[in-house]
Design a protein around this ligand. Structure first.
Ligand SMILES: [Zn+2]
Ligand SMILES: [Zn+2]
Length: 223
């Protein structure tokens, strides 16, 4: 049985500890993540830190945690290029400098992380950033989607005006509508497992609207 623990960081971004035989952490939005993980496992057992994208609120504790645990850092190659950039990582929005992160594994999409009792497939979902990814796992009782800032519950979508691509986001969410998802674990806000297909279709409609009215920032809530 795979347990997923949500750990919301200092700037409201959700990290997820997937507590499987070979545990991994999705995103690191807290400076003291090592201590936060202690509630659930011995943090040195962590094998991978997988970053859904390069934004500061999801990544700023990464280098410290990797050093403390020895876990390998994985990120899509398109976002890896942006890690040192204050603007592209939206670090300047948080009054900070871009975090210094050295990835161990550059993703392209299509890779799988074998956690022992579940396998998570990397899906490249450009749009919010060009190197955004989702992780998809088929579980015995419930198929999981770690959606980063690509989609949120209730039809939410990631903003595309920070170096993203509104057209690419539409295509990425179209791809997500082809998956059989029971539970979405988004990069912000609540986890959801009710009428998930309808929620993803609502995200697709918002993304299509966003594409038409690119300058409308009315429903952008998160970075
Ligand atoms: Zn973001
Ligand atoms: Zn975010």
């Amino acid at each position: 049985m795979v347990k997923v623990h949500k750990i919301t960081g200092s700037y409201g971004a959700n990290a997820y500890l997937i507590d499987a035989t070979h545990p991994i952490l999705v995103d690191v939005g807290a400076a003291n993540m090592f201590d936060l993980l202690r509630r659930f496992l011995n943090p040195i057992d962590l094998e991978y830190i997988v970053l859904t994208h390069c934004h500061y609120d999801h990544t700023f504790g990464t280098a410290q945690l990797a050093e403390q645990t020895g876990a390998n850092i994985a990120i899509h190659e398109e976002d890896a290029k942006l890690l040192g950039d204050d603007w592209a990582t939206v670090s300047d929005v948080f009054g900070a400098r871009a975090p210094s992160i050295e990835p161990d594994m550059l993703l392209k999409g299509g890779e799988s992380f074998d956690l022992g009792n579940i396998s998570l497939r990397v899906i490249h979902t450009p749009g919010h950033t060009l190197g955004s990814i989702c992780l998809y796992g088929e579980n015995i009782r419930s198929n999981l989607l770690f959606s980063g800032d690509t989609i949120f519950a209730a039809g939410g979508i990631g903003r595309t005006d920070l170096g993203g691509d509104a057209h690419a986001l539409v295509n990425s969410i179209k791809l997500l509508t082809t998956l059989d998802v029971d539970t979405i674990y988004p990069g912000h806000g609540g986890i959801t497992n009710q009428n998930v297909d309808a929620q993803i279709r609502a995200s697709l409609r918002y993304a299509e609207l966003n594409c038409k009215a690119y300058n409308s920032k009315g429903f952008y809530a998160f970075v």
